[in-house]
Every structure is written in structure tokens, then in C-alpha cells.
Design a protein around this ligand. Structure first.
Ligand SMILES: [Zn+2]
Length: 417
């Protein structure tokens, strides 16, 4: 029994050690479908579209605006929402920029890792033709760094989309027709990231990444959890098809039995008929960051098809979040100084001054002077912010000054001596 426990522990540790690219693709999609069974038909429709879309078919879209064909190089505006519970999670801008730079290199297949690729897989490597750039214009039209930083009281986020909701400790999505939303936060142990797939609700569209694997901050991390998750965001499946020798709906990725972990080498044939075995260096496997570095032409086509006319990501081609001139920053409204009204000197003999300071004035308003018993003794129109009131003819005693429609909360009172 003890030996069995130790063996289990060893397995668990091995699993944790190699779980560099664990995402919750299946669990998350299942959760979405359970919450909204109508999604299944939408996903199916998008799947059919993804398989049949042809590059650069131009058709009318019914509103006279010329539909955009998919350009050779697509640039996607990105907003990075940084949710931090501890100061160390509020990561530096350089790390965010480094992550985007490596992401772009991975998508164009221009990393030094390519030298490690076996000769027999080289013909399959694709430059996807999609770039990611921090937004320059926010949803209201103002200039932005494309980075939103926010403290959260939540220590560990699950894959329940709480991170995408400002009222639940996260940060609301920016319009997913114009931006790719990336939420960076501390997730529960074992969860490195997850992504929505095309067809879900706009408010939860985007990618969630654990802070520790975002950017090039630590050891073996090469920022490839984000590459993998954006693959899902563009409708790629895991390379093993999430089933025993399953189907990822991509023709040029070999079938493989299950996820690969760690850093395999040599030909690893797991589903019989493949020529050179598993393509374990594919971004859509579960291998270590250092050992995954390619997308295929088939995956490129599948991702790019999302942008075709009628496709779920087509609207992003019209986003001006990088190209538009931002509106000038709004002029700050000066804080209104509350009005203060006073009477002095107090007590007085001949004259009392009614002094008004602050935001508004009392010019033109009617003031009335009363005795302590409520008898009106004088009435006048206020003509100055420093108005003299002659009181030399009044009997000694306490007097009250009332000002019509002045909104004063405390009575004005003075003593005549
Ligand atoms: Zn995944």
C-alpha cells in the first residue's frame, strides 16, 4: 500500500513537473455548453464554416460596405488586463512587450528553435501571417497603452470567467470585435491558461493566462502558453484531437494517441500509420515551452479562415484600435469649491459684512433680516460678494439673516451691541 502511494506520488510529481502547457480546453468548453446548450449549434456552424471557407472570396455583405478580403498579414489589436493581488503580480511593461514579441516570432516561425526541427517536418512549418500589437486607442476613442492594471481581492482565479467581470473582482472585456482580450492573473495551481473559442459570448471572449507563465520572466518559460491559447482562440484543437488518436480537423498534423509532455525526441509513432510519428513540437501539444515551436500550414489555414467574410473573427479586420488617431485627453473639470457664507464682525455695532466665497455667488438674491422673535426688520437685494449691511439703527440683540433660494444649511446669525 505504501509503495502504491509512493508510486502515485511520483506520478503526480512527474505530471506536475511536465505540465508546462496544461490548459483546460475541454473542461472549459464543456462548462460553456452546459451553461448554454444552444452553443452547440453555433459551434457546429462555425466548424462547418472553418472547414469550407476559401481565402479571399469576396461577396456583398448587404450594407454596401466593401467586405475586406483576408490580408496576407493580419494585425490584431490586443488589450492586456493585468489583475494583481500582490505587487509582484503587477508585472513590468517590458515583460508584456517581451511576451508579445516572442508571440509574434512564434506565429511567424522565426525563432531559433526552428533549427531543432527534424528534417521530415520542415516542409510543414508555416508562417501564420497573424501579428499581435497592443492597442493604441481604447473603446472610448482615447489613447491607451493597451495595458489595463487593476488590483483584485481574489488570490486564485478558476476557469469560471470571473476574471472577465469587473463587478466580480476581474476586469470587463473590451469589444471583442475590435480587440483580443488577454487577462493575466494568478490562477489556481495546475491551471496555466484557457481560452474561449469562436462563437461564444462577446463579454467572455479572449484568453486567460497565469501570471507566472506570461512573458519570459522565469526559467524554462518561453511564453508559449499564450501561443497555445491563442491557437484555441482561433479555433485550433489539441493536436491529438482530445481523444485516442482523435481528429484535430487539420490534414497535415499526424494523428497521435494522446498529449505529449516534457521534451520528447526522435520519431514517436503512436497511431500506427503516421510516417514520422507525433509532431510533439507543435504548439497545440502539451510539451514543455522549450520543446514546442511550430504551427503547420493546415493550422495556419484553419486560423486564417476565422477572418474570412462571414467568419467569427472577420470583424477584427475593421478594427481601428491601432491605426486611428486617438481623441485628445478630456480636460479635467476643476473641482467645485463649496460656497461659504459668513457674517463679520460678530458681535458688531454699526455694520456687518455678508461675505460669500466659493463656487457660486448670491448676487441678485433677496436677503431678509429678522429679530430673534421672527420680526422682519430689513430686506435687500445682494449686490456684492462682500455686502455691507448697516445695523446701527437696530436695537441690541440677536439677529438672523435669511437668503432666498441660497440653499444654506446653517442659519446666519449675529449679535448687535
Ligand atoms: Zn489547450
Amino acid at each position: 500500500m505504501k509503495r502504491l502511494l509512493l508510486a502515485s506520488l511520483a506520478l503526480l510529481l512527474a505530471y506536475m513537473g511536465f505540465a508546462q502547457n496544461n490548459c483546460r480546453y475541454q473542461e472549459y468548453q464543456q462548462q460553456q455548453l452546459t451553461a448554454n446548450p444552444g452553443l452547440a449549434a453555433i459551434y457546429d456552424k462555425i466548424e462547418q464554416f472553418t472547414r469550407t471557407a476559401q481565402t479571399n472570396i469576396i461577396a456583398g455583405n448587404g450594407n454596401n460596405a466593401a467586405p475586406l478580403p483576408v490580408p496576407d498579414n493580419i494585425t490584431i489589436p490586443v488589450v492586456v488586463h493585468i489583475l494583481y493581488n500582490q505587487a509582484s503580480q503587477n508585472i513590468a511593461e517590458e515583460r508584456i512587450l517581451a511576451q508579445l514579441e516572442s508571440l509574434n516570432k512564434d506565429f511567424e516561425a522565426s525563432t531559433a528553435d526552428m533549427a531543432k526541427l527534424p528534417v521530415y517536418f520542415r516542409p510543414f512549418v508555416a508562417n501564420v501571417g497573424i501579428k499581435f500589437q497592443l492597442a493604441k486607442v481604447d473603446p472610448k476613442g482615447f489613447a491607451t497603452s493597451g495595458i489595463v492594471r487593476k488590483y483584485t481581492g481574489i488570490q486564485n482565479f478558476l476557469y469560471d470567467d470571473r476574471v472577465k467581470n469587473s463587478s466580480r473582482g476581474g476586469d470587463d472585456a473590451w469589444d471583442s470585435d475590435k480587440y483580443l482580450n488577454i487577462w493575466v492573473c494568478n490562477t489556481v495551481s495546475g491551471l496555466l491558461g484557457y481560452s474561449s473559442i469562436p462563437g461564444g459570448a462577446k463579454e467572455i471572449d479572449g484568453v486567460v493566462i497565469n501570471t507566472g507563465v506570461f512573458g519570459l520572466g522565469t526559467g524554462t518559460n518561453k511564453g508559449r502558453t499564450l501561443v497555445h491559447e491563442i491557437g484555441h482562440w482561433l479555433n485550433l484543437r489539441h493536436i491529438w484531437g482530445d481523444g485516442y488518436c482523435g481528429d484535430d480537423y487539420v490534414d497535415d498534423t499526424p494523428k497521435q494517441q494522446m498529449a505529449n509532455r516534457g521534451c520528447p525526441s526522435g520519431e514517436k509513432k503512436t497511431c500506427g500509420s503516421t510516417a514520422h510519428g507525433d509532431m510533439y513540437m507543435n504548439f497545440m501539444d502539451f510539451t514543455d515551452d522549450a520543446c514546442m515551436y511550430m504551427f503547420t500550414f493546415g493550422q495556419r489555414q484553419r486560423m486564417r479562415n476565422q477572418f474570412e467574410i462571414g467568419g467569427p473573427r472577420h470583424a477584427l479586420l475593421y478594427s481601428t484600435a491601432i491605426t486611428a488617431l486617438p481623441l485628445p485627453a478630456p480636460i479635467p473639470v476643476p473641482e467645485e469649491v463649496p460656497m461659504q457664507v459668513s457674517l463679520y464682525p460678530n458681535p458688531t455695532v454699526n455694520t456687518v459684512i455678508l461675505q460669500t466665497t466659493g463656487g457660486q455667488n448670491l448676487l441678485g438674491k433677496t436677503a431678509k433680516l429678522f429679530t430673534q422673535t421672527g420680526q422682519l426688520v430689513q430686506s435687500f437685494i445682494i449686490q456684492s460678494n462682500r455686502q455691507s449691511i448697516i445695523v446701527s439703527n437696530l436695537k441690541n440683540g440677536v439677529y438672523f439673516l435669511a437668503i432666498e433660494n441660497a440653499g444654506l444649511t446653517t442659519p446666519l446669525r449675529f449679535v448687535k451691541q
